[in-house]
Design a protein around this ligand. Sequence first.
Ligand code: PLP
Length: 324
Amino acid sequence: MAFSGSGKIWMNGALVDWADAKIHIASHVIHYGSAVFEGARCYATPRGSACFRLDAHMRRLYDSAKIYRMTPVLSEDALTDAVLETIRANEYKACYIRPIVYRGYEELGVNPFPCPVDTAILTWEWGAYLGDDAVKRGADVRVSSWSRAALNTFPTLAKSSANYANSQLIKMEAIAEGYSEGIALDTQGNLSEGSGQNLFVVRDGVIYTPPSAAAILPGITRDTVITLARDLGFTVREDMLPRELLYIADEAFFVGTAAEITPIRSVDKITIGSGERPVTEALRRAFFDVISGEVPDRHNWLTFVYPGEPLEPVSTTATATSAR
Ligand SMILES: Cc1ncc(COP(=O)(O)O)c(C=O)c1O
């Protein structure tokens, strides 16, 4: 989805016009992928605009920075305030949020230490990541010929720009061969994740998802879905999973901030299950109830953006749609 090209971007403390948010071509990040970033969403709810799990995203950003020995100039709390300020400056009711901490302009050796640690916050309106059709019918995906990073190579707990070289290979291969997404295995052959989403598989009513040790980015949506599934009474297992579990799954779906919860219709041209998706649908309902503010925010996942919001509380008698 193309950018509108308007609005403000926060750069090192200043709100600048979208068209003027530029960095020098000699910046370290451009040559060596030396950046860590986040992707969060702000939703329009009946009680006002609310960022979903902003604290968890900011924590992961600072964890990613720590792994890469970067110290952002602002504290986590101050940068969280800057995110809210940026949304307000753009007057968005709903948007995608992309804070990025990157090594800037000073010199171009591999050693990043001489370069400043710069920060920017972009916000824009972004719809269904895998397309509306994938959301409705399910995505057709393939198992990628590319693996996720081997242990002790590229740290996958860090949401680092460098990791997205691997994601791009997975995504391009899938698109070039007519699929909407790829599922990568880890270097041992266990199921890992999509190019930018975590993976869930359902078999006989039990929900499975690969663990952190399977070279995944431990997603905040993944954690949300695990929490909601357990709230609904499902058993969730975080386990090393063989590739072929996908082919015999009753249901499979991707989760992520951009993809939200997107069903998978087929893998390697093998149709998943019968096409019925009761578990995926129950989780999608529970997830959308929370992000749309339709049910009380029991887990404190919403951060309201504008002064005077949240508006009137939703009825405390409302409950999440039950799965069963
Ligand atoms: C590689 C990868 N895995 C998983 C996810 C899902 O993470 P989250 O739910 O925190 O967006 C993302 C999202 O950015 C990702 O890029």
